[in-house]
Design a protein around this ligand. Sequence first.
Ligand SMILES: *Cc1c(COP(=O)(O)O)cnc(C)c1O
Length: 462
Amino acid sequence: MRYISTRGKSPAQSFEEALLTGLAPDGGLYIPETVPQVSREQMQSWKNLGYAELAFEIISLYTADSMPDDDLREIINETYKMFSHPEVAPMQKLGEKEYVLELFHGPTLAFKDFALQLLGRLLDYFLARRQKHVAILGATSGDTGSAAMEGCRHCEFVDMFILYPHNRVSEVQRRQMTTIQGENVNSLAIEGNFDDCQNIVKKAFADQSFLPDGYQLVAVNSINFSRIMAQIVYYFYAALKFIDEDEAVSFSVPTGNFGDIYAGYLAKKMGLPIDRLIIATNKNDILHRFMSKNQYNLEQLESSLSPSMDIMVSSNFERFLFDLFKGDTQRVESFVTGLDQNIQQVSEQEWQFAKSIFDSCRVDDDTTCATIREVYEKYNYLLDPHTATGVKAARVCDSGSGNPVICLATAHPAKFGEAIAQAGLETPALPEHLSDLLEREERFTVLEASLGAVTDFVKKSL
Ligand SMILES: *Cc1c(COP(=O)(O)O)cnc(C)c1O
């Protein structure tokens, strides 16, 4: 399996190279050259597999010829052993044909654990083979930082530096980063906002000459294809439960960066019987603007009750554009790079094609709270604010097909107590493995918002 860039100006790479670089040198994103196909018979034979076994079947299609099966199997088993629920991704039924797929039983209580626990182990595996060290540098406003740190804290060949805005993340989110045990992970509280953090990271990637010889930076945000790959698995895991009834299922996905839902799109391309893919956004609704008006444009960022979906641009949308433009990489590049100045549109025919796969819905904060309350009162089930946007979107976009709809529950409600309180409900307790989070000792370094302050710190630590 080889990986090509959406912008067409970088050579195709192996899985290993795509994992270790993240972003392609031409600025594009890596996508598989051909999407592996899975037959109905194969899916039938997979329907009773446990999560880790199924993950091996699917992931090995993407890593083929990069590593021996036994090594991959061991890494996957280690990864999903870390989850606190025996089913890893259990499903709950709410209403008639309405389900919630719980993706928050990993160490940091958000779905990002599915990919980042695996990514850390894969990185260390390939780096050990090369005897090479890397530094991970990333900016976070929420869940990615802690999931990445938790996924990499045992890595021998990885040092990690996570920037977050000082005094501007929630206490639970901050403590999830600053209390992680591990010599190789560093929490850097930047005296600025999230944009300042992101700008420093971007500049450091653009000029890596500050690093010691032989080192390189690695990106672990959702532009790294290995994260998408890991997320394909739970779409199969959930949908295969319905395969005997010969029913296609729909998925409703709370999304900001188009990462999670792009994994669903790939699952559908692989042959999984998926009816609709529903995009749920909060008031930062660039994807909904595109789906409902054929307008893809920048608007001011607003903070919401579902902060992990607060984005201006959906970086993974570029991967779908590659398909929408039938592999015309020049059009992909001009669409994406022209966004700063223009409102971007696609042809009527292309737009209809997108609408034949995706539905969308924008859910504001009031509606999010109302949905949390409604579901709690009716089913005694507590949704986190991100998941609530997905449940609401599923109800609004109901196509009347009568097919089951599976809403992805992307975070545990205890992580977002403020939204739960705003919905008028009692904040739930943190799960047992995090119950003493508020008493644990914190470790972080406050730095001024400048590139030099961060690169000096990184240099000194390596
Ligand atoms: C990151 C995140 C999302 C959005 O994921 P995308 O990659 O943008 O699709 C949704 N919910 C939670 C809880 C998250 O942490």
